[in-house]
Design a protein around this ligand. Structure first.
Ligand SMILES: *[C@@H]1O[C@H](CO)[C@@H](O)[C@H](O)[C@H]1NC(C)=O
Ligand SMILES: *[C@@H]1O[C@H](CO)[C@@H](O)[C@H](O)[C@H]1NC(C)=O
Ligand SMILES: *[C@@H]1O[C@H](CO)[C@@H](O)[C@H](O)[C@H]1NC(C)=O
Ligand SMILES: *[C@@H]1O[C@H](CO)[C@@H](O)[C@H](O)[C@H]1NC(C)=O
Ligand SMILES: *[C@@H]1O[C@H](CO)[C@@H](O)[C@H](O)[C@H]1NC(C)=O
Ligand SMILES: *[C@@H]1O[C@H](CO)[C@@H](O)[C@H](O)[C@H]1NC(C)=O
Ligand SMILES: *[C@@H]1O[C@H](CO)[C@@H](O)[C@H](O)[C@H]1NC(C)=O
Ligand SMILES: CC(=O)N[C@H]1CO[C@H](CO)[C@@H](O)[C@@H]1O
Length: 505
């Protein structure tokens, strides 16, 4: 805008210069880097028009004569008296003045006209200049945009290429997705079917649960009743036991009385026989034996079943006596021969014994303890394999502790043909069954090897293992084992454990 303004001013100055003669008074204006020179018109330098002859006549600053004024009238009156050339000159001056005035007006009009047209021209010129610049810029922009367009086209091509590839991939994916969807649909149907089935089953299960719950409730009720009955019965039993004990005591007392009576009767009989000289021997009292050795000594020469009475006990125990092996007199503790008896049993069974003394059996840990702790006993173990080979292991000393010590084993003085080394576990090994684990293994040997035995971890022997009837090459870790005779897989057809007083004969 400033530029335009200064241009306008310059142009104005130019016009003034062309209209008015040169070498006029100049006004210089400094505007920034530009210098503007204004040449102003001056009246005294104005060139008169062709009729304008009089110069310097206006130097006198007097009003025109033609204006009517009282004072001028006076002058006019005076001038009328003056000579006519003066009058003429005055008139000429007046017309010149008028022409000058007109000329000035014309000039003014001309200047105004010119200024207007100049302004328009300036405007037009500015527009032209700017249009050119714009055109150039436009050309530049066009070329640049052409370049850009080309690049864009390249990019577009690439993008199209990629897009088409992506589209192909997308198509593949959508195919794949379709397949998956179908698959999923099938699976969903399958699941729905299964869940239907499941819910049906659940209903049935619930029904069953309800029914069984009720039955369980009933059973629990019955159990409670039974428990009550059992409690009452056990109470009765304990009462009866108490009574039995006292009656036993009573019977002992009676026996003593009987003995005394028998003595008296004997004395009386002796007296009678003495009197009547009839010699009559009293009948043999029923004798009790503490083991088979005593029975052998008192005349029992046949192997078989006998009754013994343990030390400090009133109870008779049925045992099998071996009267043949190495002089006989053996009380049999354990015997196996055909696997008819299950030896994988609980602590209580091993405590009290099981099986029949005539066949396969375990005499009972309590009995063995009482028997072997009443005096010193030796142990004889007789074994037979499938080929009929027999062998034995002998221990000069054998006893086991009571139940409180878990029937700990104590043996000494090993000898025999069933292995050069004793297959028993260490002194002091405790007895274990499937329900009482006292071994020195993190495992449960009684469950692993089966049966009840003095396991260590789990040790080289177990004569109470499972009796395998058929020979096989398979190593049975839970079979009958006497390791230092036949390895881990003995497959014995017969085992016997029996004791006899250490000082026998
Ligand atoms: C004429 O002249 C007188 C005095 O000379 C002046 O007062 C008066 O205003 C004049 N009249 C005109 C019309 O100029
Ligand atoms: C897409 O570009 C690859 C290289 O990037 C070229 O091999 C292929 O021919 C192009 N495909 C099309 C349709 O232009
Ligand atoms: C045992 O004998 C005593 C008297 O000696 C008697 O009072 C008691 O009732 C008897 N007990 C039984 C169970 O017979
Ligand atoms: C047998 O009983 C007596 C006394 O009644 C007791 O001193 C002894 O220790 C008992 N013996 C055994 C092996 O229980
Ligand atoms: C095992 O031996 C006993 C005693 O001889 C016999 O009663 C039983 O029937 C036998 N059992 C088998 C399975 O051989
Ligand atoms: C015997 O075994 C039981 C567990 O079976 C155990 O608590 C107890 O300590 C054992 N007795 C001895 C003397 O080790
Ligand atoms: C086992 O203990 C007994 C005593 O209870 C002892 O006489 C015997 O020598 C011991 N045997 C071994 C092999 O330590
Ligand atoms: C004195 C003089 O020059 N007068 C002239 C003024 O202008 C008219 C017309 O333009 C002429 O006719 C006069 O002669």
């Amino acid at each position: 805008m400033g530029h335009l303004l200064s241009l306008t001013l310059v142009y104005l100055a130019y016009l003034l210069t062309t209209v008015i003669a040169s070498q006029r008074q100049q006004h210089i204006v400094q505007h920034g880097a530009c210098t503007y020179t204004f040449i102003l018109p001056e009246v005294e330098h104005c060139k008169p028009l062709k009729d304008f002859q009089v110069t310097n006549t206006l130097q006198r600053d007097s009003p025109p004569e033609d204006e009517p004024n009282k004072s001028h009238s006076k002058d006019s009156l005076n001038q009328e008296k003056r000579p006519s050339w003066q009058q003429q000159k005055l008139e000429t001056l007046e017309s010149t003045m008028e022409n000058n005035t007109q000329w000035l007006q014309k000039l003014e009009n001309f200047i105004q006209e010119n200024v207007r047209s100049g302004m328009e021209e300036i405007k037009r010129a500015t527009v032209h200049t700017q249009t050119a610049a714009m055109l150039e810029m436009g050309t530049n922009l066009l070329s640049q945009s052409a370049e850009q367009t080309r690049k864009l086209t390249d990019v577009e091509t690439q993008v199209l290429n990629k897009t088409s590839r992506l589209e192909i991939q997308l198509l593949e994916y959508s195919l794949f997705t379709n397949r998956l969807e179908k698959h999923i649909l099938l699976q969903t149907q399958e699941i729905a079917r299964l869940s239907d089935k499941n819910s049906f089953l659940e209903q049935r299960l619930l029904a069953l649960e309800a029914r069984y719950g009720k039955e369980l409730q009933d059973l629990l009720g019955e159990k409670q009743q039974l428990q009550d009955v059992l409690e009452r019965h056990s109470h009765l039993v304990s009462q009866l036991e108490g009574e039995l004990e006292s009656s036993t005591l009573n019977s002992t007392a009676l026996q003593r009385q009987q003995a005394r009576l028998a003595d008296t009767v004997e004395q009386l009989l002796t007296k009678v026989s003495q009197c009547n000289e009839i010699s009559r021997k009293p009948k043999n009292k029923r004798q009790t034996f503490k083991d088979c050795a005593e029975i052998l000594r008192s005349g029992g020469k046949e192997s078989g079943l006998y009754s013994i009475r343990l030390h400090n006990s009133t109870q008779d125990v049925k045992v099998y006596c071996d009267m043949k092996t190495r002089g006989g007199g053996w009380t049999v503790l354990q015997h196996r021969r055909n696997g008819s008896v299950d030896f994988h049993r609980r602590w209580e069974d091993y405590k009290t014994g099981f099986g029949e003394p005539s066949g396969e059996h375990w005499l009972g840990n309590d009995i063995i303890h009482k028997l072997t702790s009443s005096q010193e006993y030796s142990l004889h173990i007789q074994l037979r394999d499938r080929e009929g080979n027999e062998a034995f292991s002998h221990y000069d000393r054998f006893h086991i502790d009571n139940e409180h010590s878990n029937y700990s084993l104590h043996v000494a003085g090993f000898s025999g043909t069933a292995g050069k080394t004793s297959s028993f576990t260490h002194n002091g090994s405790q007895f274990s069954t499937k329900d009482r684990d006292n071994d020195r293994c993190t495992c449960k040997c009684a469950q692993l090897a089966s049966g009840g035995w003095w396991f260590d971890a789990c040790g080289p022997s177990n004569l109470n293992g499972i009796y395998y009837p058929v020979s096989s090459n398979v190593v049975r870790f839970n079979g009958i084992k006497w390791y230092y005779w036949k390895g881990p897989n003995l497959m014995a057809t017969m085992t016997t454990m029996m004791v006899r007083p250490a000082n026998f004969k």
